[in-house]
Write a protein that binds this ligand. Structure first.
Ligand code: HEM
Length: 476
């Protein structure tokens, strides 16, 4: 912290808006920070700085600048900031918020291997996702075309895919304890970027102020960790060493193998943190993407109709979609990409920090400086997108209707700390989305049109909305 809080802008540091005494620029992050920060870059440049209550922060804007730092200087921008909040939550261990070093390497490797071994590398895994898709559309069918808020069903279905990898099992949609855990965990994702959290980072002594949202954050975290410990213990019952059934078993193998090794980062505590991080990182994001997709398909009936047509022409007689079908469905691909670009699920990425002194665009950034990657600004970058403010799946298609990749597309970020669940998320989005639209026509309850203004937090999600899912065809 001392390192983070050192000084006012040091020599060679990027410029930025003038800070208000003591709290600096914290208040400017209160509403739509990603939009505000993009506007600030028009005044101060692609790389500029903020003072978050004494914590000097560098903000990276636009594709060129973010690529230069996260990719060309990958090792330099690979750390996470040692903010008091993160120190309190996961002691800079676990995986997602882990310091860049041995602990992160060990945890990232284990998670990547497990995701491959128990997930996408397994032949039956795709079938298991399809099974979950069926539970999901059957549960929606129970609403019989009447209005309902899809949030809980989407959350349950999506988190079950990660649950399969982590615990080897899905949870049924009526499991109240699991749902409660996810609910308070995602509340924390929201609270983590609230004004209170920023204040706590700048002034950790407010830990002793007995009211305020930071207290709620700590209470929620304690409850989540208790729940996870119990579930981990439950699912590790009957474990046979060196014959892992899921991520938790694989972790316990590592823990046992490295027992007594002085430098080992595997511990009961880091197991709980990484399980929690994998669950929430996988669930919040993919759920929000699918909820946005449902909302936009309903707002744009023409686009929905074209999706229906493509699905019907590829999946003859209503057969179940598989990943092989993806290349035959360029329009579905284009829609999902445009949702990720336009809706900016993780608008400011996950905070980074420098591992050593960095030189960018002639500026000097000291080691340990907090770095915000404005991924929203990449997706709105005028240099790479025409009319970025318009929702148009067409921009991902060529004149023959083939899908085309676009460079300035970073919903999963890039470089050393890029999203490790990208492949899994892409499978889930494709299979859930096509299965859903194969069976249903989505429309708003008569007389209602929900807002597209997002709810703010680390991730952007739609405000709660009701939808009618009207069956299109008989299940074959
Ligand atoms: C990191 C986006 C799905 C696990 C990230 C980051 C972003 C992101 C922007 C920050 C990377 C950085 O620091 O630059 C998304 C989106 C998803 C998604 C948009 C879905 C549409 C998933 C899934 C999982 C996952 C399904 C796993 C189950 C992680 C983890 C990290 C991460 C563990 C931290 C990586 C590290 O620090 O080394 N994700 N993600 N994500 N994501 Fe995802």
């Amino acid at each position: 912290v001392r390192q983070l809080m050192k000084q006012r802008r040091p020599p060679g540091f990027p410029p930025g808006p003038s800070p208000i005494p003591v709290i600096g620029n914290i208040m400017s992050l209160a509403t739509e920070p990603h939009v505000f920060l993009k506007k600030q870059s028009e005044i101060h440049g692609q790389i500029f700085s903020l003072d978050l209550g004494g914590i000097l922060t560098v903000v990276l804007t636009g594709y060129d600048c973010i690529r230069e730092c996260l990719y060309n200087q990958g090792d330099v921008f690979a750390d996470r900031p040692s903010l008091p909040l993160f120190q309190k939550m996961t002691k800079m261990g676990g995986l997602l918020n882990c310091k860049y070093g041995k602990g992160w390497i060990e945890h990232r490797k284990l998670a990547c291997n497990s995701f491959r071994y128990f997930g996408s590398g397994q032949r039956q895994f795709e079938r298991k996702i399809s099974e979950e898709c069926m539970f999901f559309v059957d549960a929606i069918d129970e609403h019989k075309g009447k209005p309902f808020n899809p949030k809980h069903l989407v959350t349950n279905a999506v988190s079950n895919i990660t649950n399969l990898i982590i615990f080897g099992q899905r949870f049924t949609y009526d499991n109240r304890n699991f749902q409660h855990m996810i609910e308070i965990f995602s509340e924390n994702v929201e609270l983590a970027v609230s004004g209170w959290a920023l204040l706590y980072n700048a002034f950790p002594w407010i830990e002793y102020v007995p009211f305020g949202k930071h207290q709620k954050l700590f209470r929620n975290a304690a409850e989540v960790y208790d729940f996870l410990l119990e579930v981990i213990n439950g699912f590790s019952q009957g474990r046979v060493p060196h014959a892992p059934r899921h991520y938790v078993d694989a972790y316990l193998d590592e823990l046992e193998q490295n027992k007594g090794e002085p430098g080992s980062s595997f511990s009961q505590e880091n197991l709980i943190y990484s399980v929690g991080e994998l669950i929430i990182a996988g669930t919040e994001t993919t759920t929000n993407t699918l909820r946005w997709a449902m909302l936009y398909m309903t707002l744009y009936p023409n686009i929905q109709e074209r999706v229906h047509r493509e699905i019907d022409s590829v999946l003859e007689n209503g057969r179940v979609p598989t990943m092989e079908d993806k290349q035959k469905m360029p329009f579905v691909e284009a829609v999902l990409h445009e949702i990720l670009r336009f809706c900016n699920i993780v608008p400011l990425g996950i905070f980074r920090a420098t591992t050593q002194e960095a030189k960018v665009n002639g500026y000097t950034i000291p080691k340990g400086t907090m770095v915000i990657t404005n991924l929203y600004s990449v997706h709105m970058d005028e240099k790479y997108w025409t009319d970025p403010g318009v929702f148009s799946p067409q921009r991902f298609l060529d004149s023959n209707g083939n899908f085309v990749k676009r460079e300035a597309f970073l919903p999963f970020s890039m470089g050393k700390r890029c999203c490790l669940g990208e492949q899994l998320a892409r499978m889930e989005m494709f299979l859930f989305f096509t299965t859903l639209l194969q069976r249903f026509h989505l429309q708003f309850p008569p007389g209602t049109v929900p807002t597209v203004t997002p709810k703010l937090g680390m991730t952007l999600q739609p405000q709660p909305y009701s939808i009618c899912a009207v069956r299109r065809q008989q299940k074959s």
